[in-house]
Design a protein around this ligand. Sequence first.
Ligand SMILES: Cc1ncc(COP(=O)(O)O)c(C=O)c1O
Length: 388
Amino acid sequence: MQFKFSDGKELRKHWMLAEDMHFLNHGSFGATPRVVLQAQQRFRDRLELQPVDFLVRQAPAELRAAAGELAEFLGARGEDLAFVENATAGVNAVLRSYPWQAGDELLLSAHAYPAVKQLARFVAHQCHIVIREFDFAFPLQEGEILERFTAAVTPATRMAIIDHVSSPLAILYPLQEMLAVCRAKGIRTLVDGAHVPGMLPLEIPALGVDWYVGNCHKWLFAPKGCAFLWAAPNARDFLQPPVVSLRMEEGFPATFDWVGTRDPSAWLSISAAIAFYREMGGPDIPAYLHQTLLEACQLLQDAWQVESPAAPQQLGTMATLPLPLSGEATLERANQIRDQLWREHRIEVPLFALKDRLWIRISAQLYNVMDDYRALAVAVQHLPGYQA
Ligand SMILES: Cc1ncc(COP(=O)(O)O)c(C=O)c1O
């Protein structure tokens, strides 16, 4: 099939997404194309046809082949990559099995994903380490992220968690520069790339990181529960999945391949997801979605008379814009407006409260058309407290 970028409405048929809605939140959980779900169902059918034969004799080798295929897509080797259920599990694996010394410092952004911050707190308590957060202004000030990050490094900094793409800010961190700081100081690096596979071109080994965690169920079209942990050869001896299990002594990645009985169909479907991604445009997708996003941002900025908090080169396929609403900026109100947009306008889009403002994060996926963003522009103009 020849892919036509210009026809988002036609492309939407590849997804099960309800037709009578504007789905502007691909970022939260992705949306899995029909062909990938069908491939997943075929794996489930095989599993149920003969559970023991499938799980014991067939799936292990197929799982490693799938890891190899995903690794190749990421410029990596299969033996350096383990499947995990989600980014949360991948970050858990690293933080909870790293051989911390009491007093070590873990450096992360004040805007790190909330689940990652919770986990850091948990590990700090268990292992007697110190969490150091660096913060920065949003709207972004040029060079500030790197400056604040560098200033937060101390002689005790043992590991840094660096978001590749931030949620909820939807910005790209200056990853190369931050990694260079860590290399110069001998700091271990864990990159949280929850949004990155499929959103940005990605060659993991070339980054020079210790660990890279990525979701395939967001922008790479895999079924939910398909994510990975990549580990550099010198950063894996101690690695165990969050659920320590049968193959504990076999080392990475084998120890991750069996963590009790479960359905491996999401992982095995990665081949179908990558095939769909390639069919839809492969390496051309990130630039196309980025362009769609910029057009959408311009439309909303013109309609609401707001400024973008980030430059175009700091965005991938999502953007967070200020909402032109007066009144209190609380998470409760953000959620209430989110639900109101869904109930009254059939628009699904996430909102956040940050630094005394309400913000809205839009995504651009192949099935989106400008009418989706136009609908959002108008719906917001009808909200109580709207002021352009
Ligand atoms: C930066 C970041 N890290 C981690 C996660 C957690 O991903 P998951 O829910 O798939 O574990 C997300 C989810 O959006 C994220 O944006």
